[in-house]
Every structure is written in structure tokens, then in C-alpha cells.
Design a protein around this ligand. Structure first.
Ligand SMILES: Cc1cc2nc3c(=O)[nH]c(=O)nc-3n(C[C@H](O)[C@H](O)[C@H](O)COP(=O)(O)OP(=O)(O)OC[C@H]3O[C@@H](n4cnc5c(N)ncnc54)[C@H](O)[C@@H]3O)c2cc1C
Ligand code: SF4
Length: 496
């Protein structure tokens, strides 16, 4: 058990971020090197070991939070690492990247500050690597069955690791030149340095998972043939269909999809190029879209030396506290300041966000380069532009961070496997993660995992999807399974 008086003795003290001026000069993690273990143990000791740990309700993985808090408090990092890995293949990813719905669901949140669950998770995960507790776990015996996993984001990786460890022979096919999905080319290094991803991939290779990069299934290799050659296929291709902004002037130079921009910037940090072909250096940058992708564009633009940054959000500005319709323990829509917003505020002295605004059109110079956009305030209901509020803001670089509408459509992969879309635009599947195809409601051995079946989501949900789809695949191959299935396809986060 944790310290019964810990939450009374110690206030919440999160791991501090590096100073803004320092971190804007490099691409290293915002929180790099700051976690001192005594601080982590003290903060883990604030956990009350609740009889009903509501923190669990926020975590799709079912992370055993009070258990590893108790071990972290006693600095028993080996036992903490064992408990953490019991439910999560990649806690060093979630410890860095998760928005931590578990903290909003923590019982302490009712009238105090929650346990710093995310910091504790990251520290245990890092200790696990530093102390050699994360050694490869190859299977004791092989089943003789083969599985192809299409896509190497967190869902594909989690499915592949679970299926390899249980004894199946797994090959991961990835169309990009490196493994990792959005962890590699979407999420910037200042949120998670790529060495953490590389280390896991090495561990997985040592366990027996085979990786094939540069293979677009459905184009370079026929998907039906792939399914013929394997006993099962897990499709984990993400939700990469990008939303567009079809307003006048969209064709102007200097307007890019966020993912194109972030991929190039990530390739620079990978060492592929000296500088990005689309850089914000010296430019007035406008980011359209108020979510995390927009915030990642902002952090990237600031590090590239943007002369100014503005982020437009069509939603109204949220309040500082939970609204009536957002009771604890749901994840509330409150005003949050990401580290990129903090960096912009530090540099420009004001919050870079403009809420409740919609872009009406872009304006360009005679050469076809964007130089401004026109926007208007929108009504909270219906998001219609409010008459008389139109104004212009200068823009040399515009980044569209409007989210994703689901998996890419009309691809060879879809056609060759006969995959169908559900009414939300994701790959249709049954309640056992099996694909619903054009011909049959339950084709043999094709499973859907991650954003491809769930829609745009979070790393923690992708890992939970991968684990659950692996359990379904193993049951299909072996008749039964001991693999855990933390979620069902229809489970949804507790959000307002
Ligand atoms: C910019 C950005 C920042 C984000 N930041 C966070 C964050 O901080 N925290 C968080 O929790 N979530 C974040 N997310 C969301 C999170 O990254 C995703 O929910 C998660 O990566 C989904 O995992 P996935 O494995 O389903 O798909 P993906 O990560 O998208 O991986 C799918 C993979 O499939 C490959 N692929 C596609 N088609 C084929 C094919 N035909 N053949 C072979 N390979 C194929 C793709 O190349 C890709 O590598 C962010 C998303 C974006 C876009
Ligand atoms: S809800 Fe908070 S205090 Fe209770 S067990 Fe979970 S982390 Fe600990």
C-alpha cells in the first residue's frame, strides 16, 4: 500500500519542463532529464490506493496504477516495471505522450490535485530500461502459424509483440521507410525522442518479429496474396485520410497539410536532410485546427524560427473548470495549455490561439504565394460566420491541422481484401475485431486494429487495440487464448 497520509503531506509536484528559451534551441524532449527518482517516489506516495481506483476508468489499458504507485513509492523499480508491463507493451511511449485521462479520473481530483500518474509511469518505464528489466522475451515454443501485420504504428507494434511472444511467426509490413507510424513521422521528437522507438524495435527483433519496410500492401504486394500466404492478417494502417479545407485560394503556394509538414520536420531530426523543404523560418505561420496536431505544428514552427505563430480553433474557448455536463471522472473539455502554447506565450507574451473562428478564404500575391487569410467569428451553434466580424491576418505559411476522416479510401488494400467502411468512415469490423468485408460478414483471419477501425484516437487506445486484436487473432489461430483483451471494438473513452 502507498503512504496513507501521502496526499495530506505532499502537494502535487509534476516533473518540471526545461526552460522555454533552452528547449526552443533544440529538438530534445521538453521534459528531458528532469525526473529525479526521489520526487517520483514522493509523488507516487500521494496515491490513496482507492478501494475502487477510478484512475482505471480513464485508462483503456487497465493499467494497474495503484499497484505500481506503491512500488514506485518504495523505489522497488523492478516490481513496478513488472506491474507496468503487465498491461502495457510500451509504457515509455504513453508515459511521454498520453494526455493522461487517468489523472482527470483520479479520486483526488474531486477536491484536490491528482496523482502525477503520467510522470510515475514514465519514470518506471525509463528505470526498467536503465536497469535492464526490459530484456527481450522470445517465445518458449513456436506455434507454426504465421501472421502478417500491416502497418507499424503503436497498434501494429502492440499486436505484433503480443503475437510473437505467444509463439506465432509475425512479419510487420510498413510502406514507409522506417517503422513506427505516427510515432515516427507525426509526433515531433520534442514530445518523444525516436531512440525510445528504436530501442523497442530492437527488442521486438530480438524476440523474433520480422520487419519489412518500404512495402505498400495493396500496391507493392497484393493484399489477397498476403492473406493467402499467412494464417492471419492484422490490418493496422491508421486513419490517414486527411480533412481538407475547400475554400477559395486553397491552391496557393505555402498552404500545406500538417502531416506533410511534420513528416519533413521529423525527417530532418532523423538526419535525412539538413533542412526541411517546408520550413517556418522567418515566416508568419497560421495553423488551422485547435487540436494536438496543430500544437505539434506550433512547437515545430517555433523551433524552425517562425517570426510569428497563430492557431485558429473553430470551437469556442473552453472554461477553466468542469462544466455541469462534465462530472468527474470524465475527461473534461477545459482550457489546456500545451508546452507549445507555453513556448509561444513565452516568446510572444500572449496566447497564440484564436477561438471560435473560421477561415473564409486565402489571399495570395501575384506569384501565387499565400500572404493572408480572411476569417470570421462563428456562432457557437451551427458554426456559421457572424456578419460584420470578418478580418484578415497575414500568413506566409498555412498549416491545415483539421484531423482525419478515417483510413484512406479506394486503396488497393481495401479492394483486394474487400474491406468495407462503417457508418463513421472506419474499416467495419465485428465485436471480435474481425473485418466485415464486401462478400462475407466474417472473413477468415482478417482483423482490424487501431485508428483504422476506431478512427483518429490516442496512442494508449492504439496499444489497447493492438493487444485486444492480438488476443482475437490468437483465439482464431489456436482455438483459445491467454492473451489479455483490455477493450472491445465498441468501447469509447469517458469524455464529455
Ligand atoms: C501529429 C500527431 C500528433 C499526435 N500526438 C499524439 C500524442 O501526443 N499522444 C497521443 O496519445 N496520440 C497522439 N496522436 C494520435 C496517435 O499518434 C494515433 O492515434 C496512433 O498513432 C494510431 O496508431 P495506429 O497504429 O492505429 O496508426 P498509425 O500510427 O497511423 O500507423 C499506421 C501505419 O500504417 C502504415 N500503412 C498505411 N497503409 C499501409 C499499407 N497499405 N501498407 C503498409 N503500411 C501501411 C502507415 O505508413 C503507418 O506507419 C497524434 C497524431 C498526430 C497526427
Ligand atoms: S484514483 Fe488516484 S488516488 Fe486513487 S488509486 Fe488511482 S491514482 Fe491512486
Amino acid at each position: 500500500m502507498t503512504d496513507p497520509h501521502g496526499f495530506l503531506k505532499f502537494p502535487r509536484r509534476p516533473v518540471p519542463a526545461r526552460p522555454v528559451e533552452e528547449r526552443l534551441r533544440d529538438w530534445n524532449e521538453v521534459y528531458a532529464g528532469q525526473a529525479t527518482l526521489p520526487l517520483v517516489s514522493e509523488q507516487a506516495g500521494r496515491c490513496m490506493d482507492c478501494g475502487i481506483p477510478f484512475c482505471h476508468s480513464g485508462c483503456p489499458l487497465g493499467n494497474l496504477i495503484p499497484e505500481w504507485n506503491a512500488y514506485a513509492r518504495r523505489a522497488d523499480w523492478r516490481a513496478a516495471a513488472e506491474r507496468l508491463h503487465a498491461t502495457n507493451n510500451f509504457p515509455e511511449f504513453t508515459g511521454r505522450l498520453c494526455p493522461a485521462p487517468c489523472e482527470d479520473a483520479c479520486v483526488l481530483t474531486i477536491n484536490a490535485d491528482p496523482v502525477t500518474i503520467k510522470n510515475v509511469e514514465q519514470a518506471i518505464a525509463d528505470q526498467s530500461w536503465e536497469r535492464g528489466y526490459a530484456s527481450p522475451r522470445p517465445p518458449e515454443r513456436l506455434s507454426g502459424k504465421t501472421v502478417a501485420v500491416v502497418g507499424s504504428g503503436p497498434a501494429g507494434l502492440a499486436a505484433a509483440q503480443q503475437l510473437t511472444r505467444i509463439g506465432h511467426t509475425v512479419a510487420v509490413y510498413e510502406r514507409a521507410d522506417r517503422i513506427g507510424g505516427l510515432l515516427r513521422y507525426g509526433i515531433p521528437a520534442f514530445k518523444m525522442e525516436k531512440c525510445h522507438l528504436d530501442r523497442r524495435i530492437e527488442q521486438m527483433r530480438a524476440e523474433g518479429t520480422v520487419f519489412r519496410t518500404g512495402v505498400d500492401i495493396g500496391s507493392d504486394l497484393d493484399a489477397a496474396e498476403l492473406a493467402e500466404r499467412h494464417d492471419a492478417v492484422v490490418v493496422a494502417v491508421g486513419a490517414r485520410g486527411q480533412r481538407e479545407l475547400p475554400v477559395p485560394g486553397r491552391e496557393l503556394r505555402g498552404i500545406h497539410q500538417a502531416m506533410d509538414y511534420l513528416t519533413l520536420a521529423n525527417r530532418v531530426t532523423e538526419g535525412d536532410f539538413e533542412t526541411s523543404a517546408v520550413t517556418a523560418e522567418g515566416k508568419r505561420v497560421v495553423i488551422i485546427g485547435g487540436g494536438d496536431t496543430g500544437s505539434d505544428c506550433m512547437g515545430t514552427a517555433l523551433r524552425q524560427g517562425a517570426s510569428s505563430v497563430v492557431q485558429l480553433d473553430i470551437n469556442p474557448e473552453p472554461g477553466d473548470t468542469r462544466r455541469d455536463g462534465e462530472p468527474w471522472p470524465v475527461y473534461p473539455k477545459v482550457y489546456r495549455i500545451s508546452h507549445a502554447h507555453e513556448e509561444a506565450r513565452g516568446r510572444e507574451g500572449a496566447d497564440p490561439r484564436v477561438f471560435a473562428s473560421a477561415t473564409l478564404r486565402f489571399e495570395g500575391d501575384p506569384t501565387g504565394q499565400v500572404q493572408a487569410l480572411r476569417l470570421a467569428e462563428v456562432e457557437p451553434e451551427g458554426r456559421r460566420p457572424r456578419p460584420g466580424t470578418e478580418r484578415g491576418i497575414p500568413a506566409d505559411l498555412v498549416l491545415l491541422a483539421l484531423g482525419f476522416h478515417g483510413p484512406e479510401q479506394g486503396t488497393g488494400l481495401m479492394r483486394q481484401l474487400g474491406l468495407r467502411l462503417d457508418d463513421r468512415g472506419n474499416f467495419a469490423r465485428d465485436d471480435g475485431f474481425g473485418a466485415r468485408t464486401a462478400e462475407r460478414t466474417r472473413p477468415d483471419g482478417i482483423f482490424i486494429a487501431g485508428d483504422a477501425g476506431r478512427g483518429q484516437s490516442l496512442v494508449v487506445w492504439a496499444i489497447a487495440e493492438g493487444r485486444s486484436a492480438a488476443a482475437a487473432t490468437d483465439r482464431y489461430l489456436s482455438g483459445s487464448t491467454v492473451l489479455p483483451a483490455p477493450i472491445a471494438p465498441q468501447d469509447r473513452p469517458l469524455v464529455a
